[in-house]
Write a protein that binds this ligand. Structure first.
Ligand code: ADP
Ligand code: MG
Length: 159
């Protein structure tokens, strides 16, 4: 399943607002891969989601810089950033803990090294720089859960 949609934002604030709307749609178990160059706004998006859900950072067994866990009584969110890592380097680093939790929300920047071990049904968000503070965000869903999320996210977006 592949279904491309596009959202434009023209400030970090607008990307935060998009993340907040996304957070309201998450039920747990969603996986979002965030692609795009450095400075595109991937981390802004993750912080917006975690902030909107009111999650607090909590330690994991994996290397702290590669995977951060945010949690409250209702939700668990893993923020992964594998910039410049290869598949061999992320093997055996403690991602099992994350994959065993089927209700966890997973947001991954530079996800390629772990893509093979992740479920197929994920939403890929590709951030494209379009000058100054403008960003084009392409959404591509690879299964029913991510497709429903993409559709709801675009419904509430008028641009
Ligand atoms: N439309 C936009 N969406 C997201 N961030 C933006 C936007 N316009 C400007 N920015 C700025 O770009 C930077 C994005 O940083 P960050 O989210 O860390 O990028 P990445 O994680 O993709 O490397 C931030 O300084 C943010 O304020
Ligand atoms: Mg980042």
């Amino acid at each position: 399943m592949m279904n491309k949609k596009t959202i434009h934002t023209s400030s970090a604030q607008e990307t935060l607002a998009l993340a907040q709307r996304c957070a309201q749609l998450l039920k747990g178990g969603e996986i979002i891969f965030l692609r795009g160059p450095i400075g595109a706004g991937k981390t802004v998006f993750v912080k917006g989601v975690a902030g909107a859900l009111g999650l607090k950072s909590s330690p994991t067994s994996a290397s702290f810089s590669l995977m951060k866990r945010y949690q409250n009584r209702k939700n668990t969110l893993f923020h992964i950033d594998l910039f410049r890592l290869s598949e061999g380097e992320v093997f055996n680093l403690g991602f099992e803990e994350m994959l065993e939790n089927e209700k966890a929300i997973i947001l991954a920047e530079w996800p390629d090294p772990i893509a093979q071990m992740m479920p197929q049904d994920r939403l890929e968000m590709d951030f494209v720089l379009q000058g100054e503070d403008k960003r084009k965000i392409t959404l591509c869903a690879y299964g029913p859960t991510s497709q429903a999320l993409a559709e709801e996210l675009c419904k509430t977006n008028n641009k």
